[in-house]
Write a protein that binds this ligand. Structure first.
Ligand code: MG
Length: 376
């Protein structure tokens, strides 16, 4: 029986992680849950999974909850997340929060030698060098909860495979794959949120429409698998059946296929390197499928190229890019700007930035804060 703590339990990945744990309840125990402000849902989760520790964003929510649930230890805020990361009985920390709130908690958990199941992109995009260095030093595994990176790990069969030559990350192409830029300019948040294959949170769905998500995934893959940027490729695969591929030095390509569902990568991260019957067992029908693969159009989606470029430059460039994107996406979702303004905001911010190489974690947070403040 392994103990699991989930940061971000009421979000899209958090709730699906709990579904996986429920299916494998003889293997996993929920030791702790952390949520933001969705108090109704955390109550349901508390009653179903009886965690020992619960953390909410606001202290007043924990005070309210502690009247009802006397046996639970309540924590709050970013400090609460750090406390959860230290709990010695824990085995796996699932990081399913959005944004940068958990970056310090991840570093804390690594220092405490906890296995990390990572769904949060910002951790590696912003602080990949620092996080991976700590993970190596402490001999901690960072297991990806992202369909592409999970697929790559499944194809590699281990983190360090000397025969792998190129990683091929698949992208559905997003909802605007077949539209012109003139058409994209006019699309509303509602149309951009209409992702053809995957059901996800709003922020990441917009990131799929601009293809910045794929660039961020290239940065993540660079850190997770220690591959040069030249050996990480992006391929458009509209059917979302192949979740990524690895090209080996003898010319073989190995692909991982299945239904587009996060349950499979979540379960693989929890049970790695073993596999068990899960929620999506028997759900993929292989008959009458077409698989297409196209080269990405970086002229139509310039953020893909820019993001990979920022990854190569490293330092604070990915931090600025990520912060500018987050502000721009929320403005778009709020109907303040149009779809193509997202890239304009990011390009203009990147052009103005002087890079700092090897920033400390505090510098990273400072740059992130400054960038957001400037743009809001
Ligand atoms: Mg992904």
């Amino acid at each position: 029986m392994k103990n699991v703590i989930i940061l971000g339990s009421t979000g899209s990945i958090g709730t699906q992680t709990l579904e996986v744990v429920e299916k494998l309840k003889d293997k996993f125990n929920i030791l702790g849950l952390a949520c933001g402000k969705n108090i109704e849902l955390i109550k349901t989760q508390i009653e179903k999974f009886s965690p020992k520790y619960v953390c909410c964003a606001d202290e007043k929510d924990t005070l309210e909850l502690s009247k009802k649930y006397k046996n639970i230890e309540f924590l709050f805020g970013e400090n609460g997340l750090l406390e959860l990361a230290k709990i010695s009985q824990n085995d796996i920390l699932v990081v399913a929060t959005s944004g940068i709130v958990s970056v310090k908690a991840v570093l804390e958990a690594i220092k405490n030698k906890k296995t990390i199941a990572l769904a949060n992109k910002e951790t590696l995009v912003m602080a990949g060098d620092i996080v991976m260095k700590e993970a190596k030093k402490n001999n901690v595994s960072i297991l990806p909860i992202d369909s592409e990176h999970s697929a790559i790990l499944q194809c590699l069969n281990k983190f360090d495979n000397p025969f792998a030559k190129n990683l091929w990350i698949t992208a559905s192409g997003g909802p605007f794959r077949n539209n012109t830029r003139e058409e994209m300019e006019k699309f509303s948040a509602k149309e951009a949120l209409n992702h053809p294959r995957w059901m996800m949170g709003k922020k990441i769905t917009i990131d799929c429409a601009t293809l910045i998500n794929k660039g961020l995934e290239v940065i993540e893959a660079h850190h997770l698998y220690n591959f040069n940027y030249e050996n990480i490729k992006v391929v458009i695969h509209p059917q979302s059946i192949v979740h990524s591929l690895v090209e080996f030095n003898d010319g073989s390509f190995i692909a991982q296929m299945g239904v587009p569902s996060m349950h499979i990568p979540i379960q693989y991260a929890l049970t790695y390197p073993e596999r068990f019957e899960g929620i999506k067992t028997n759900s993929f029908n292989i008959f009458n499928r077409n698989l297409e693969f196209f080269e990405p159009d970086t002229e139509k989606f310039p953020l893909l190229k820019l993001t990979i470029e920022c990854g190569k430059q490293s330092g604070i460039m990915p931090v600025v890019l990520n912060a500018a994107n987050e502000v721009a996406v929320y403005k778009f979702l709020n109907h303040e700007i149009n779809f193509l303004d997202i890239e304009k905001i990011i390009f203009s911010e990147i052009e103005k930035t002087n890079n700092i190489i090897n920033p400390t974690i505090d510098e990273i947070f400072e740059i992130d804060k400054e960038t957001r403040k400037k743009l809001i």
